[in-house]
Design a protein. Structure first.
Length: 49
């Protein structure tokens, strides 16, 4: 369970960082653009392993 808790905390931190960055920027992305970028990063991380 510790791993799930740690992962959840990490995700929450990253979401908070994203919210703060969005508040400071006028740039807006569509839902498709956001999820395409997330998928791309996940795939790159999987290839590194």
């Amino acid at each position: 369970m510790k791993t799930i808790e740690n992962d959840s905390k990490c995700i929450e931190i990253k979401l908070d960082e994203a919210d703060a960055a969005a508040a400071r920027s006028d740039v807006r992305y569509s839902v498709s653009e956001v999820f395409d970028r997330v998928r791309e990063r996940i795939c790159k991380q999987k290839k590194k392993k």
